[in-house]
Write a protein that binds this ligand. Structure first.
Ligand SMILES: NC(=O)C1=CN([C@@H]2O[C@H](COP(=O)(O)OP(=O)(O)OC[C@H]3O[C@@H](n4cnc5c(N)ncnc54)[C@H](OP(=O)(O)O)[C@@H]3O)[C@@H](O)[C@H]2O)C=CC1
Ligand SMILES: Nc1nc(=O)c2c([nH]1)NC[C@@H]1CN(c3ccc(C(=O)N[C@@H](CCC(=O)O)C(=O)O)cc3)C=[N+]21
Ligand SMILES: [Mg+2]
Length: 281
């Protein structure tokens, strides 16, 4: 039997707990505020922006939305981030990925103040994470670890294979898994024999941004499959990076798309915004 992991329900439980935390901060004279910067119009980012808004509103987190045209220059973006860094009413800054080609993502990430880093992308935060002393964390990896915990899926000693090595998902997740005592393999587009590597996984995490590229023959029977992908098909449907159609009864646990990892990313972002606001004083 396959258990479908309910990320939507888990996320909404977490979010309802956050309401009290936000209220307490407000009573103490601090209104938590998240600034979200979107350059251009990446479809996955648009889904994210929409859902983030709804969650923040429910919890009582203020959001400051800045939507810039896709031609925005690097200098303009860095200036904006510098202003947000020094704005005392802003506690967390999130710059949506991917950025247009004229912008150097690394320079942007380096500019976000580590203590306002909503995505845990700054090298300081990444360094702390790799030393098993985490500060601000990447929200999607944190959401995945939280789901595994809530479903009491053991990580210690397990073979974890992560397909994708982005700074946002694959790399920080590998560090979290390692910190949780998993044996970790990271695969990517240059990996030879992806099927063989993927089939070794007790827990397979897929974050490639390639619609339904991972099929049953990449997966060991009884594995836990975490599908991170958010892909908008031409017909408007939202699908993951895993072809989920024939996995029922074959895998032990599976995260659906939508309703799996996505809502958890939002919940973790809200949690982290409150944590950063709390630490700001
Ligand atoms: N659910 C959620 O909350 C979130 C979902 N996403 C979604 O997750 C997906 C991944 O996002 P992100 O990590 O930012 O993506 P990136 O595009 O930054 O990275 C994709 C990674 O997948 C690897 N890859 C691409 N094609 C293949 C292939 N054919 N075989 C093996 N590896 C491959 C790339 O390898 P290489 O490094 O060699 O190029 C790269 O490491 C996207 O669909 C995105 O929208 C992202 C964040 C949050
Ligand atoms: N700096 C940065 N950090 C990110 O975390 C980041 C990013 N950039 N760029 C874009 C991707 C994508 N992403 C999503 C998060 C939640 C949903 C989400 O809420 N998904 C719902 C969709 C439901 C629906 O509206 O249909 C679900 O999966 O159920 C989607 C996509 C975060 N990303
Ligand atoms: Mg990326």
């Amino acid at each position: 039997m396959t258990v479908m992991i309910d990320g939507k329900k888990t996320a909404s439980q977490i979010q309802s707990e956050l309401v009290n935390k936000a209220q307490a901060l407000k009573k103490a004279g601090l209104t938590p505020c998240l600034a979200v910067v979107l350059v251009g119009d990446d479809p996955a980012s648009q889904v994210y922006v929409r859902n983030k808004h709804r969650a923040a509103q429910k919890i009582g987190i203020k959001t400051k939305d800045i939507h810039l045209p896709k031609e925005t220059s690097q200098a303009e973006l860095l200036k904006l981030i510098t202003e947000l860094n020094s704005d005392p009413t802003v506690h967390a800054i999130l710059v949506q990925m991917p950025l247009p080609a004229q912008i150097d993502a690394e320079a942007m990430i380096n500019t976000i103040a580590p203590e306002k880093d909503a995505d845990g992308l700054n090298p300081t935060n990444i360094g702390h994470l790799f030393m098993d002393d985490p500060r601000a964390l990447a929200c999607t990896p944190r959401g995945i670890m939280t789901l595994l915990e809530k479903y009491q899926i053991e990580v210690a000693g397990k073979e974890v294979v992560i397909i994708g090595r982005s700074n946002l998902v694959g790399r920080p997740l590998a560090a979290l898994m390692l910190n949780a005592d998993a044996t970790v393999t990271i695969a990517h587009s240059k990996t030879k024999d992806l099927k063989k590597i993927a089939r070794q996984a007790d827990i397979l995490v897929v974050a490639t941004g390639r619609a339904e590229m991972i099929t049953k023959d990449h997966i060991k029977e009884g594995a836990v499959v975490i599908d991170v992908g958010i892909n908008r098909l031409a017909d408007g449907r939202l699908v993951g990076d895993v072809a989920q159609g024939d996995l029922d009864g074959y895998v032990s646990y599976l995260t659906p798309v939508p309703g799996g990892v996505g809502p958890m990313t939002i919940a973790m972002l809200m949690q982290q915004t409150l944590e950063l606001a709390e630490k700001s004083r």
